[in-house]
Design a protein around this ligand. Structure first.
Ligand code: SAH
Length: 528
């Protein structure tokens, strides 16, 4: 690079979301005054009129540090340089890299010119969703460990801050956004108003408004920003806005749950045997509420447990706590899936906090370690499966898919997946790169015959499942695998210390009755 004539200048120039009119006059001035322009090609297009004929350097998008060094080298040589970033150069962009590369004894002049960042560009297309406190969160783990991103999402959710998600989804990082949305939904109401904006103020730009619960069914990309409101965010015409202030935190709380009976036994279900327990308890004359994590689980419960109130959908801890408290629940009967350790932990915690007795119902394990290969967790199962065959059938549900398809050596395998027919799960599997001809979306249970025909015709070399017990169709998988002579890998149940546990429906009904009478007996203290 040639030597400049005077004192070097490093302009850190923001060029906004895309539209030339959104570039500040100061940025234009700096571009005009610069002899060397460094930036990613796409952004340079927007500023073409001001940089024509200048010395231009545009290393690829991934080589950010190289871009920063190039600009600094030129400024050290006494040249006038513009390092260019889209949006605001100080927000998830090049400015901090330039400062990192700069030395204390550098003498060139520095100017930072701000710009319209994706957060406020996108917010403006939705209305005014960021009128009160908000946070931004980048979902790219190139610059920080993924656990931190999840940890921050938890804090944002717990504070019910409005937030803006940057770097939402890339092909290599397709599952993270769903994990973050699930974390936010643990605290925020499923009805929280949100916006999805792609290519704001660029050709083909699009903005749409949704409820938080609707987002996991969608796929996104790196040209997209998600804006998530708080409990006060409201709709007006086609816009959303968050009021400037609020007086009572509870005023903005999620809409009250549907009319649910008070002093009921709450059965956390979504499994066939959970529904059976609920039906039996209702038949004995107890008021019963069945709570399921999915709307589909709710539909099934409504059909199979007539006369029982159903509360469905991912509610999150706080709405769940409020509902149990408001309804003066008498018993938490946890009949969730044997592998749903997280929700069980949450229910035990709520039982302690609210002083409501807790009873775990868990179908017995049918796992025979002589017939199956027992794995500690999904990562262990992935490692072993990849060592055993190329055509691998996953009957493990959708939650752990990423662990399998991202495991070392996974690219060599062909993954066959069986899922419940739920649009969210399907789009997640597709986003993870599972070929559509290898996805079967059907509600179980599956007879052994069907497993056999399916696995034989797909030339499956190894099957992975969970220790789901009788109603989970475990025996039918074991017998089909035995007949075909293919290995069955089984992820063992997580170790959870339940305070009280029963394994069959009759026992559950008996134990529940006992817990209720112990509680109402004179002098009975609060149970924990
Ligand atoms: N410095 C930039 C952000 C860089 S990170 C700024 O201040 O805006 C890149 C991310 O920003 C993208 O993945 C996307 O989430 C968001 N983004 C940038 N421009 C956008 C636009 N025009 N429309 C929607 N999202 C955008």
């Amino acid at each position: 690079m040639s030597q400049g004539s005077g004192r070097g200048v490093l302009n850190l120039v923001s060029v906004g979301p895309g539209l030339a009119e959104f570039i500040l006059p100061q940025a234009v001035q700096a571009l005009r005054a610069s002899e060397v322009i460094v930036g990613y090609e796409l952004y340079l297009k927007w500023i073409q009129p001001w940089i024509c004929g200048k010395e231009i350097h545009s290393p690829p998008l991934t080589r950010e540090r190289e871009r920063a060094r190039l600009a600094i080298e030129a400024a050290r040589l006494g040249r006038r340089v513009a390092l260019v970033s889209s949006g605001d150069i100080g927000i998830y962009a090049m400015a901090s890299l330039a400062f990192e590369e700069m030395r204390e004894d550098d003498t060139f002049e520095v100017a930072v010119i701000p710009g319209v960042t994706a957060a406020n560009a996108c917010a403006s297309l939705l209305g005014a969703p960021l009128s009160h406190d908000f946070a931004t969160l980048s979902l790219s783990d190139l610059m920080c460990p993924w656990e931190w991103i999840e940890q921050r999402a938890r804090h944002i959710g717990a504070a019910d801050l409005a937030c803006v998600l940057y770097n939402v989804q890339s092909q290599a990082r397709s599952d993270g956004v769903y994990r973050v949305l699930a974390i936010l939904q643990e605290h925020k109401s499923p009805d929280t108003l949100c916006g999805v904006v792609r290519n704001a103020y660029r050709p083909g730009g699009i903005a749409s408004v949704h409820r938080l619960a609707e987002l996991p069914a969608q796929t996104f990309d790196m040209l997209t920003t998600i804006v998530i409101g708080n409990r006060f965010t409201r709709r007006r015409r086609e816009w959303i806005y968050t009021p400037r202030g609020y007086h009572a935190w509870s005023e903005g709380a999620a809409p009250a749950s549907p009319q649910l009976p008070s002093r009921a036994i709450w059965v956390f279900s979504g499994t066939r045997d959970g529904n059976e327990v609920a039906r039996r308890l209702a038949a004995e004359g107890h008021p019963v509420v069945v709570s399921t994590a999915t709307d589909y689980g709710g539909e099934v419960a409504r059909l199979s447990c007539q006369g029982v109130a159903v509360w469905s959908g991912r509610q999150g801890t706080e709405p769940r706590r409020q509902a149990l408290e408001r309804g003066a629940a008498r018993l938490i009967l946890d009949a969730t899936h044997p592998h749903a350790a997280q929700i069980s932990a949450q229910l035990m915690e709520l039982s302690r906090r609210l002083g409501i007795p807790y009873l775990r119902f868990e179908r017995p394990s049918l796992l025979d370690p002589r017939k199956a290969i027992v794995c500690d967790d999904a990562a262990d199962a992935a490692r072993r499966a990849i060592g055993l065959g190329r055509r691998i059938f996953l009957a493990t549900g959708s939650k752990d898919l990423e662990t399998f398809v991202r495991a070392p050596g996974a690219q060599r395998c062909e993954w066959f997946v069986r899922l419940t027919p739920d649009p969210q799960r399907l789009s997640r599997a597709i986003a993870l790169g599972i070929a559509r001809e290898r996805i079967l979306a059907m509600q179980g249970p599956f007879p052994a015959e069907l497993n056999r025909v399916l696995w034989r015709s797909q030339r499956i070399e190894c099957v992975v499942t969970k220790d789901s017990g009788g109603t989970g169709g475990y025996a039918e998988k074991q017998s089909a695998a035995d007949e075909l002579g293919i290995p069955l890998l089984v992820i063992r149940r997580p170790h959870v210390a339940y305070p009280r546990q029963v394994a069959d429906v009759e026992e559950a009904v008996r134990e529940a009755a006992q817990l209720l009478s112990a509680r109402t007996a004179p002098g009975a203290g609060s149970m924990s």
